[in-house]
Design a protein around this ligand. Sequence first.
Ligand SMILES: Cc1cc2nc3c(=O)[nH]c(=O)nc-3n(C[C@H](O)[C@H](O)[C@H](O)COP(=O)(O)OP(=O)(O)OC[C@H]3O[C@@H](n4cnc5c(N)ncnc54)[C@H](O)[C@@H]3O)c2cc1C
Length: 420
Amino acid sequence: MSERIRIVGGGLTGILAAFEAHRLGWRDITIQERFEALGGVARPRVVHGQEMRDGCIYFGGAGDPIVETLSAHGATFEAFDNRFGSVSLGADERRVFTWDFGGPAVDCAATRISRPAGDSLADRIAAYPPAIAARLDAFCRWHLDTDLDLVQGEAAIPLAINRVFPAAADLTALAALKATDPWADELYAIPRGLSGRTANLSATLPVGGFSALFDTCHRALVQLGVKVELNALVSPRALLAAPQADETVVWAANPTPLFKPLGLARPDLLKKSFATYVFAVEFDGPCPVYVQNFTAQGAAFRVYLYESGGQTLAVAECVREADLAKLPGEMRTLMSGFGGLKVGALLHTDVKPRWIYHTLDAISGLKALRRELAGRFGTAFIPGAWEPYAKAAKLSEVNAALLAAREDAPALAPTAALAG
Ligand SMILES: Cc1cc2nc3c(=O)[nH]c(=O)nc-3n(C[C@H](O)[C@H](O)[C@H](O)COP(=O)(O)OP(=O)(O)OC[C@H]3O[C@@H](n4cnc5c(N)ncnc54)[C@H](O)[C@@H]3O)c2cc1C
């Protein structure tokens, strides 16, 4: 059992790992973050007291394990009615709004599906009837602008196409199919309003916003005796070359720089950039609320409305840099089923890649990386939960690895150092 634990990366994964390490009994805990504050990608820029969020982000409702952990350390959350909707193209190419459903609706009666021929997004899409597959294919090409054979099938989750509503299907037959065939249940959904399903009705947001949440976490960590080192960029090469005896490492950061020092090929990642635009808005419908755009038209794939600093803000998440003369109109149309939207001043723009759509090459590369790290360091090197898409799945993966390390890990052995 190691006495010291070093957590590289002060995003949500690193913060939760530090709390769990403390719960499991470690007392010499250091968290190292390359930037000047904790929070990682979920920490928004604050401009005049308002949070410029990069996209739609919230936590689960009552019982959410992350909310419970953070609440136990002083964070406060407020519940809200989780409202969302989607816009798809009907058979006549007109827009179809589906409320309280965040996936695509396709005007198709057929529900016959095949087993996927492989693990790619293209394989997953090809399992649907042709009318659905054609819509999904057009949407994914618009969204990702890449060869769908190269993308992992589960990227359907961050793309929000993991469940499709075949809008012309017989609902009773569809419900029966979902109940009897797990693959059909995974591919199809019936919108909340039509199924009577009441899950996911409530979600939570941190009181005071995400910056306040991460500042609270920082204070709680310091109170527990955790050393929080900011502006501390950790070199993977140095860390892997000279492992410290009696230290467990959690790499809760980008895995890409780990490949080369271990002599592994860096996998090909999806490098496309996405643009986000935050506007001050007035809205006469519910807030928070988001709408997904599955029409493969325009620039915004999602519009999310939230409150911050006493103002209603809207972030348009776009597949490319948008034409700013057209974007407000596009946002008004997407939100129109929920309420009237007046788009005011543009407050913030950001253009950057997102690492949430994994390529097949990344998944097999991460497998090789994990094998190599386990072979060299055993349970004393804990890889971040890089592959899962859901926050809760990431949490349980890292927690299980921490428990294994706490129970039986030899610390990073000097003999495991990189040669040369
Ligand atoms: C195959 C793959 C490739 C990825 N590539 C990238 C990438 O190139 N760039 C990227 O930003 N994300 C990348 N990610 C996403 C993300 O960084 C990781 O999944 C991360 O482990 C997620 O941790 P988090 O959930 O806490 O998120 P985050 O909020 O991203 O937190 C990670 C934190 O680690 C900090 N950090 C990163 N590197 C260091 C370092 N060397 N020393 C100290 N602190 C550090 C960051 O500033 C950030 O605060 C990639 C993910 C995968 C699966």
